[in-house]
Design a binder for this molecule. Structure first.
Ligand code: ASN
Ligand code: ZN
Ligand code: CA
Length: 333
């Protein structure tokens, strides 16, 4: 009987109709991605432990685009993991979370009305709740990219998940989650500098976080201050997210792909952006070759400057932009 890698179809909730890499074994298909380290997607069916059951069926079309079919969230998660894998491979030459070619796994339908998603180092897996009323699964592309990036951070700099290093850890996930969304170039979920705009986590259509001006969420910080290490890591991430936006796009108001942004600087001075692609390279090089578990904002600045110097030279416009973007979020020498 035939066994091997197939290209199935996912009817996702957030990303439209997408190709999914699956595995066929005789007359059964499973959400097992043989092109990406064997990454698997499981259905917890409202359980909260173990793996539940591997998504498995007799046809290679997954989900119907709504929550009425449990395979829809499976399709979104499987797609998100595949795009994240490809983003890291194509952008940085990284092969999986540990850069060893080995896949992780995803679990969907965690618990009942669970409004969160998370990465776990202990299972080496991502888990997604179904959202409020089990109606808004947390399986959008930027969320998948965010969670999988926690695995990359754990296996590189290992930024401790508290204090300023915790804010940098969270920001790294928001930054690469955003990178994943742009990389996907998916018409149903185009790239933006917002996190969670598709999952309606606030119930009013607003995103979970904003990279241009993090304080738009009502809690995140736009700039560094002494003591920022004492706030929740999802809010102390603000200055780093803001730095990344400023470095990519520059300061001031602008519309990008139909989305309005406004990114003021802490020092009132303008920042000229160098583009998202270069900003991503600088952040990744700092994460993987400069930072440690205890890196704080000051160390993040030093590390990104060292990375920019190696990539583009210390007299480059890119190096100057890194200096100016950190100054724009209140991080100096
Ligand atoms: N979704 C959250 C995050 O990835 C879960 C958590 O608070 N760790 O940050
Ligand atoms: Zn996170
Ligand atoms: Ca987004």
């Amino acid at each position: 009987e035939y066994q091997g890698v197939r290209t199935g179809v996912g009817n996702t909730q957030y990303s439209g109709r997408v190709p999914l890499t699956t595995t066929q074994s005789g007359s059964t298909y499973t959400l097992t991605d043989g092109d990406r380290g064997g990454h698997k997607t499981y259905n917890l069916n409202r359980g909260t432990s173990g793996t539940g059951t591997l998504f498995s069926q007799g046809a290679d079309t997954w989900g119907n685009g709504t929550v009425s079919d449990p395979a829809t969230a499976g399709a979104d998660a499987h797609y998100g993991a595949a795009v994240t894998w490809d983003f890291y491979k194509d952008t940085f030459g990284r092969s999986g979370i540990k850069n060893n070619g080995v896949g992780a796994y995803s679990r969907v339908h965690y618990g009942n009305s669970y409004v969160n998603a998370f990465w776990s180092d202990s299972c080496f897996c991502m888990t997604y709740g179904d959202g409020s009323g089990n109606a808004d699964p947390l399986t959008a592309l930027d969320v998948a990219g965010h969670e999988m990036s926690h695995g990359v951070t754990s296996n590189t700099a290992g930024l401790n998940y508290s204090g300023e290093s915790g804010g940098l850890n969270e920001a790294t996930s928001d930054i690469f989650g955003t990178g994943v969304e742009f990389y996907a170039n998916n018409a149903s979920d185009p790239g933006d500098y917002l996190i969670g705009e598709k999952i309606d986590i606030n119930g009013d259509g607003t995103p979970l976080r904003y990279l241009d001006k993090p304080s738009k969420d009502g809690a995140s910080k736009d700039s560094w201050y002494s003591g920022i290490g004492g706030v929740d890591v999802h809010y102390s991430s603000g200055p780093a997210n803001h730095f990344f936006y400023l470095l990519s796009e520059g300061s001031g108001a602008k519309v990008i792909d139909g989305v309005s942004y406004d990114s003021p600087t802490a020092d009132g001075l303008p920042v000229t952006g160098i583009g998202r692609a270069k900003a991503l390279q600088i952040w990744y090089r700092a994460l993987t070759t400069k930072w440690t578990s205890t890196t704080n904002y000051s160390g993040a600045r030093t590390g990104t400057l060292a990375a920019a110097g190696e990539l583009y030279g210390t007299t480059s416009a890119e190096y100057t932009a890194v200096q100016n973007a950190w100054a724009g979020v209140g991080v100096g020498t």
